[in-house]
Write a protein that binds this ligand. Structure first.
Ligand code: ADP
Ligand code: MG
Length: 624
């Protein structure tokens, strides 16, 4: 039988390191948090070989007293809490007193510091030696603040070292840590160097413009161009930050930054609320982008639930979930065409670098490649990854189409009453944000002119969105108007479909349908929603039935109501090639200005784009 013995100090620390020190990025996170807790105004990070050779972090914080230096390296030693009350009202990022001890047990760590009120001129250096990790102290030059140098991470734990990935991958994770923390503290300057190359240089940001500059540097300019700024307060909770419109979505959840009381959080409750808020404006499988800050009383949230403190526990989960969902849902619904067109100022979003001209292009969901001058189509552009790709021609199909059209013998349908439009534009009467229609192009697009340029509307997508929003409102207020058909429509269907129509008669009634089963395989449609009365009723009813069968077999259809309404809206929306009169087109434009979420169709694609005169000038190389 084996005898019991106390673990050596180093081994105990190495075991603890298993929890907090997974890879170089976790070391960087712990050290940065210490610097922030020490009140640093500036933090410099230097990395070599993805962090496995060297991680050096220097700050100008309050430093560590010479007499405390040895203690800083021992486990369960912290200056941040003293009793349970402190733990329940925690304001610092660290408090477990484990990081330095753990890191120094699996690397060659040196801690140099000079305290704010130090009597000596220089600083002091401490490192831990041997199995018992005895601290040795000696003088070392340093200005006020602290430097921590971590060399050869996992040199003495080869099993851990094997789990490290390539230098680039490990560095990418470090970069992500820096970004997350840089967005949590705008008032702190950060620099990051990798293998002697500067990767980030972020000045302290105080004004809203400076903060937005940092957002742009961290999240890429395209993020900012599609974002709206929000600041909402209710029931003791405050949510502020930047949320991107659904037209700027990502294939991965890589631009999602969420902070609770300044702490970086990845939390299920939060993700769920956000997902719900974007639910019917985002294309399936796409991820929204946001930088959001939730603030609440520290006592209402427990941060001590996870060693790396990524998760939190809210005392009142329901309240927080509802608040997040409602704030975001409303923020997305509130975006109207004029928010974009007025250069985002109302929405509080900064202008990107005007010199690049990227601002207008991207905000308006339409972009011209600055090198080739080719038109980049809107959705492709919006889906382009990150800032580096912005200048890359992501697609020239639009340009090709454009050329093809310009040669083909087709003429746009110019409206007879165009003169009237010009009169409207010339008069003093206020010009609405989406302007007045001037033509219909190829039966697909509406061209409209406002004070500053050209608006192009995807007629079907826009109408579909509006119809969908109208129907949702009508259903919510139980005022779906139904219209009896002059001639009831008989439909031959399968027996299963007829069963379904019979079983779900009530639910269908709520949606505005009166459908009666007249035989085993035969239905009669007597009534449809007014808003859809002009669509192809047979196709509409067949599609709705197939949706109901798919979703609503047993349970309540209402859970799938929005999906049904979306199917219905698609039928109700104007089809391509239908000639619209000027009045109809203008009515659609006005409807778009009024309708919530009208900036994208039900699948998250944009419903309209805008080309300012400046954009057009650029196309023709005018004014260069
Ligand atoms: P914790 O942060 O949980 O307290 P750490 O092991 O990370 O535990 O740090 C131990 C202590 O060392 C801290 O409580 C703090 O007093 C001191 N310390 C660590 N890093 C710094 C720093 N950069 N500046 C000032 N003090 C520091
Ligand atoms: Mg710490």
């Amino acid at each position: 039988m084996k005898r019991i013995a106390l673990l050596s100090q180093r081994l105990a620390n190495q075991i603890a390191a298993g929890e907090v020190v997974e890879r170089p990025a976790s070391v960087v996170k712990e050290l940065l948090e210490n610097s922030l807790d020490a009140g640093a105004g500036r933090i410099d990070v230097e990395i070599e070989q993805g962090g496995s050779k060297l991680i050096r972090i220097r700050d100008d914080g309050q430093g560590i007293n010479k007499n405390d230096l040895a203690l800083a390296l021992s486990r369960h030693a912290t200056s941040k809490i003293a009793d349970l009350d402190d733990l329940e009202n925690i304001a610092s990022l660290g408090f477990r007193g484990e990081a330095l001890a753990s890191i120094s047990s699996v690397s060659r760590l040196q801690l140099i510091s000079r305290a704010m009120d130090a009597e000596d001129a220089g600083g002091w250096l401490v490192e831990a030696e041997g199995q018992s990790m005895t601290a040795s102290l000696r003088p070392a030059p340093h200005t006020q603040g602290t430097s921590v140098e971590v060399r050869d991470l996992f040199f003495n734990t080869p099993a851990r070292k094997k789990f490290l990935r390539t230098e680039n991958t490990e560095f990418a994770r470090i970069d992500e840590v820096i970004k997350r923390l840089a967005l949590s503290r705008f008032d702190v300057a950060f620099t990051l160097r990798h293998n002697q190359r500067t990767v980030h240089q972020l000045q302290a940001a105080r004004s809203i413009q400076e903060r937005q500059r940092r957002i742009g540097l961290v999240c890429g300019p395209a993020f900012l161009e599609h974002a709206v700024y929000i600041d909402i307060e209710a029931s003791g909770l405050r949510l502020w930050g930047w949320v991107c419109l659904p037209t700027f979505s990502r294939s991965q959840p890589d631009l999602q930054y969420f902070y609770v009381n300044g702490r970086v959080i990845r939390d299920k409750l939060v993700s769920h609320a956000v997902k719900q808020a974007y639910r019917d404006v985002l294309f399936g499988g796409r991820h929204p982008a946001f930088v959001l800050y939730l603030e609440l009383q520290p006592a209402l949230v427990d941060v001590n639930v996870h060693p790396t403190k990524h998760e939190v526990r809210f005392r009142d989960q329901r309240l927080v979930h509802d608040f997040l969902f409602r704030s975001l849902h409303q923020a997305l619904a509130d975006v109207r065409p004029d928010d974009h067109l007025s250069g985002h100022q109302q929405a509080g979003v900064a202008m990107a670098d005007e010199a690049t001209g990227l601002h207008q292009q991207a905000v308006l969901g339409f972009s011209v490649d600055p090198v080739t001058g080719e038109i980049l189509s809107a959705p492709e552009f919006a889906f382009a990854q990150g800032s580096a790709d912005i200048n890359r021609p992501v697609g020239s199909s639009a340009a090709a189409t454009f050329r093809q059209y310009s040669q083909a013998p087709v003429s746009p349908r110019v409206m007879a009453d165009q003169a009237a439009v010009y009169q409207q534009l010339a008069s003093d009467a206020e010009i609405p944000p989406l302007g007045f229609a001037i033509a219909q192009l190829h039966g697909i697009y509406i061209l409209a002119q406002n004070q500053h340029g050209l608006i192009i509307v995807d007629m079907h997508a826009a109408h579909e969105r509006i119809t969908y929003e109208h129907m949702k409102t009508a259903c919510d207020t139980q005022s779906v108007k139904a219209q009896p058909l002059l001639v009831p429509l008989s439909l031959a269907v399968s027996e299963a479909e007829a069963d379904c129509a019979e079983q779900q008669a009530n639910a269908l009634q709520e949606l505005g349908f009166a459908i009666e089963r007249v035989a085993a395989e035969s239905l009669v449609v007597r009534q449809v929603p007014v808003i859809l009365a002009r669509s192809n009723i047979e196709q509409l009813v067949r599609d709705v039935l197939s949706d109901v069968r798919e979703h609503g077999q047993s349970e309540r259809i209402s859970a799938y109501r929005d999906e049904l309404l979306a199917t219905m809206a698609c039928h109700g929306a104007v089809r391509a090639n239908r000639q619209l009169s000027a009045t109809e087109m203008n009515a659609l434009l006005r409807d778009m200005e009024r309708t919530e979420r009208s900036g994208q169709c039900n699948h998250g694609r944009p419903t309209w784009v805008y080309l300012s005169l400046a954009d057009l000038d650029k196309l023709f190389l005018r004014g260069r």
